[in-house]
Design a protein around this ligand. Structure first.
Ligand code: FAD
Length: 616
C-alpha cells in the first residue's frame, strides 16, 4: 500500500467521515471494520424488514460543517421529524421536558410543594465545589426533583450510584454559555443553524434518515468507495506495530481466523482507547497500560418486540424511571420514521437495557430476554402480551465510555503517551473516551483528516468547552482552512463574523462596568464646585441676604449658608455627598446590569438543562 494512504480502524461515523474527507482531497484509505455492518453504534439493524437503531439516533448539531456533511451524504433521504417523549414514573406519564401543570397533576400538590421547598433550599444552600452528578443536578433542580426524575434513570443507564458519577459528565453535556454570549443571544437572537433553524427548534424536531442512521453510513461507505477507498469487513485489528514513534502497520484477524496485515503512511483508530493501548506492539510503559485498564465502558442491549397494533403510544421514546422494572427506555421506531416498519399495521418497540458485560443478564438467551421484555412492558401497561408477534435482541458492547472519578487522569496519561506517535491519531467516541454524539465523532474525523493533510487541529478539543472556540474559528474565514467548504460559505461566514464582532462591541459598550470611585469623584467634584460657584456668584452680586433659596441646602449640609465660610463648607460637604451618590449610582447600575445578564444567562441555559435526560 502507498505510504501516502491511510489505514483507518473502524467504519463508524468517525472513521468513515475521516475517509470521506481524505477522499475529497484525493487521498485514499483502507477502512478496517470488525463487524459485517457499517455505522458502529450508529448502525441500523434490519430484522425481517423491521429496522431499528442502537437506541434512537437524532441528528442535530451546532456545527454547520456537520449539518452540511449530513445533507451532502443523504440528500433527499433526510427527514425532519417531530419529537415527542415522556417519562413513565409511579404509574404516570409525565411530559418530557417537564411541564409544570402536567408535573403537578402527576405528582399531586403535596409532592409538588415539597419539590418547591427543596428547590428553594438548593438555591440558598448551594453545594460549592460540585464533584458528583448528584450534587450538580441537586444544585440546579433541588434534591427532591433530582431523586424523582433523574436518579433512578441515571443509575439504570450508568449502573453506578449518582454520587459516584463525576460532575464533569453533566457539565460537559450542559454547556455553560458565557455571560456575553447569553446576553448577545438575548439581545440580537441566537445564531441560526445551517438550515435556518436554531438548535432549540432542532431539539423539538430532529433530522432522521428515512431508513435509520445506518442509511447515512451505508451511503458514506458507497461514496468513499467511489473516491477509491475501500471498507474491509470482518477484520478485527489485534496489533498495532510501531517503531521510533511511527506506526508501520496494523495486523488483524479475518473472519476465517487468518492473519492480515495493512501498512500505510497514516493511521487513524476509532477502536476503544483501552483496546488500542493494549494492542500496541511493543506495549507502552506500565503506567499507561494501567491507565488503560482503569477505563470502563457500559454495555447495552435492546430487545425489539413486534406488536400487532398500528399504534401503541405516540412518543418517539419513553423514559422508564420506575425502579420496579429493569428497562430504562423504550423506542418506538415507527414514530422515528414510518419507513422503519415493513407493515404499517404493526409497531416495533425497542426496549433498552443498560448493563455491564459481566452481569449475569448479559449472558441470558435471547428467548429469556424477550420474555423479560414482554413481561416488563405489560407490567407498565403498554402492551397486551398476546399482541407480541415476534422479537429479537441486539447487544452492543462498550456503548458508553464511563466518566467515573478516575477516568480523566487515565485519559490524560494515555493521551500524553499517544502524542509521541507522529502518524497515529485516535478519534471518535470510544477512541477518545468521550461522550460524543455522531456530530462530535464526525468532527474528530474531519480534524484527523485535516491533520493528515497538514492542518494542526486538536481532536481532543472536540466536545469540550474549548470546542466552542474551535467551532467559532472553524467557521471563520481562514486562508486554506479546509473546514470552510465553499466560497458561498466563506462569504456567509465572513458576514457572520463581522456581525458578531459588531454585536459584541455594542454589548461590551452597553455592559461596560462604571467605576464607582471614578463616578463618585466626578459627581462629587461637580456638586462641590457647583455649590461653591453658586454661592460665590450670589455673594459677589451683593444684597442684604443673598441666596435665600440656596440657603435651604443648609437643611442637608451641616453648617452651610450663603457666606464665604459657608461656600467652603458647601464645597467640601457637597463634594462628599455628591461623591457618595455617584458611587452608589454606579454600583447600583453595575449590579442591576449584572443581575439582568445573569437572568439572561440562566434563561439561555434553561433549555439545555430541561433536556438533561436526552443527553444520557
Ligand atoms: C444508546 C445510544 C444512543 C445514542 N443516540 C445518539 C443520538 O441520538 N444522536 C447522535 O448523534 N449520537 C447518538 N449516540 C452516539 C453515537 O452512536 C456515537 O457517537 C457514534 O456512533 C460514535 O461513532 P464512532 O465512529 O466514534 O464509534 P463507533 O460507532 O463505536 O464505531 C467504531 C467502529 O469501530 C469498530 N471497531 C472497534 N474495534 C475494532 C477493531 N479492533 N478492529 C476493527 N474494527 C473495530 C466497531 O465495530 C465500530 O464499527 C448514541 C449512542 C448510544 C449508545
Amino acid at each position: 500500500m502507498s505510504r501516502e494512504s491511510s489505514v483507518i480502524v473502524g467504519a463508524g461515523p468517525a472513521g468513515l467521515t475521516a475517509a470521506y474527507e481524505l477522499g475529497k482531497r484525493g487521498m485514499t484509505s483502507t477502512v478496517l471494520e470488525a463487524s459485517d455492518q457499517v455505522g458502529g453504534i450508529s448502525k441500523t439493524v434490519n430484522y425481517r424488514g423491521y429496522r431499528f437503531d442502537i437506541g434512537g439516533h437524532r441528528f442535530f448539531s451546532k456545527v454547520p460543517l456537520i449539518n452540511e456533511l449530513w445533507h451532502e451524504i443523504l440528500g433527499e433521504e433526510f427527514l425532519l421529524r417531530p419529537r415527542i417523549s415522556r417519562i413513565y414514573y409511579n404509574q404516570h406519564f409525565f411530559d418530557y421536558p417537564l411541564k409544570p401543570m402536567n408535573a403537578l397533576a402527576g405528582l399531586g400538590p403535596l409532592e409538588s410543594f415539597l419539590i418547591g421547598l427543596s428547590y428553594i433550599k438548593a438555591k440558598f444552600f448551594h453545594i460549592h465545589d460540585e464533584k458528583t452528578f448528584e450534587q450538580w443536578v441537586s444544585n440546579r433542580f433541588g434534591y427532591r426533583l433530582y431523586s424523582i426524575f433523574f436518579k433512578t434513570y441515571t443509575e439504570k443507564v450508568w449502573g453506578i450510584p449518582c454520587h459516584e458519577i463525576s460532575a464533569d459528565w453533566a457539565a460537559q453535556r450542559i454547556k455553560n454559555l458565557s455571560l456575553k454570549q447569553a446576553v448577545r443571544n438575548a439581545v440580537f437572537g441566537a445564531r441560526q443553524g445551517m438550515d435556518g433553524s436554531t438548535l432549540t427548534s432542532l431539539i423539538e424536531q430532529f433530522h432522521y434518515p428515512r431508513f435509520g442512521p445506518g442509511l447515512m453510513w451505508e451511503r458514506c461507505r458507497d461514496l468513499i468507495q467511489r473516491q477509491g477507498s475501500q471498507t474491509i469487513h470482518g477484520v478485527k485489528v489485534e496489533r498495532v506495530r510501531h517503531r521510533q514513534g511511527l506506526v508501520d502497520c496494523v495486523q488483524g484477524r479475518g473472519a476465517a481466523g487468518e492473519s492480515l496485515e495493512y501498512d500505510g503512511g497514516h493511521f487513524v483508530s476509532t477502536m476503544p482507547l483501552r483496546d488500542l493501548v493494549q494492542v500496541l506492539d511493543p506495549l507502552p510503559p506500565d503506567d499507561v497500560l494501567k491507565a488503560a485498564q482503569a477505563l470502563r465502558y457500559r454495555d447495552y442491549l435492546t430487545v425489539v418486540l413486534v406488536i400487532d397494533r398500528e399504534s401503541v403510544f405516540p412518543d418517539n421514546w419513553l423514559y422508564v424511571h420506575s425502579p420496579e422494572v429493569k428497562l430504562g427506555r423504550i423506542q418506538n421506531y415507527k414514530n422515528w420514521s414510518p419507513y422503519m416498519v415493513p407493515d404499517p399495521s404493526r409497531t416495533s418497540l425497542g426496549l433498552e437495557y443498560f448493563l455491564w458485560d459481566t452481569d449475569e443478564m448479559w449472558t441470558w438467551s435471547d428467548e429469556r430476554l424477550i420474555e423479560l421484555g414482554i413481561r416488563e412492558c405489560a407490567q407498565i401497561g403498554l402492551i397486551d402480551p398476546r399482541d407480541v408477534k415476534d422479537g429479537t435482541v441486539v447487544r452492543m458492547e462498550k456503548a458508553y465510555p464511563v466518566y467515573d472519578q478516575v477516568y480523566q487522569e487515565s485519559v490524560d496519561r494515555i493521551r500524553r503517551y499517544l502524542e509521541t506517535f507522529s502518524n497515529l491519531q485516535t478519534i471518535g467516541r470510544n477512541g477518545l473516551h468521550r461522550y460524543n454524539n455522531q456530530d462530535h465523532s464526525m468532527l474528530t474525523g474531519v480534524y484527523a483528516a485535516g491533520n493528515i493533510l497538514g492542518d494542526k487541529r486538536d481532536v481532543w478539543s472536540v466536545n469540550t468547552e474549548k470546542e466552542y472556540h474551535e467551532e467559532e474559528r472553524a467557521t471563520q474565514p481562514n486562508a486554506g482552512d479546509r473546514l470552510v467548504p465553499t466560497c458561498v460559505a466563506v462569504s456567509v461566514d465572513m458576514a457572520d463574523a463581522a456581525v458578531e464582532e459588531a454585536e459584541n462591541a455594542v454589548i461590551e459598550g452597553a455592559f461596560a462596568r462604571i467605576d464607582p470611585l471614578a463616578l463618585g469623584v466626578a459627581v462629587g467634584a461637580v456638586s462641590g464646585a457647583g455649590i461653591f460657584a453658586a454661592s460665590a456668584v450670589l455673594l459677589l452680586s451683593g444684597g442684604p441676604a443673598p441666596g435665600p433659596t440656596l440657603s435651604l441646602l443648609g437643611n442637608y449640609l451641616f453648617g452651610f449658608d450663603v457666606t464665604w465660610p459657608g461656600a467652603v463648607i458647601g464645597l467640601f460637604e457637597g463634594g462628599l455627598v455628591g461623591g457618595a451618590v455617584g458611587a452608589l449610582a454606579a454600583g447600583l447600575r453595575n449590579w442591576t446590569l449584572r443581575l439582568y445578564a445573569k437572568i439572561v444567562q440562566w434563561r439561555e441555559g434553561r433549555d439545555d438543562r430541561r433536556h438533561l435526560l436526552d443527553k444520557m
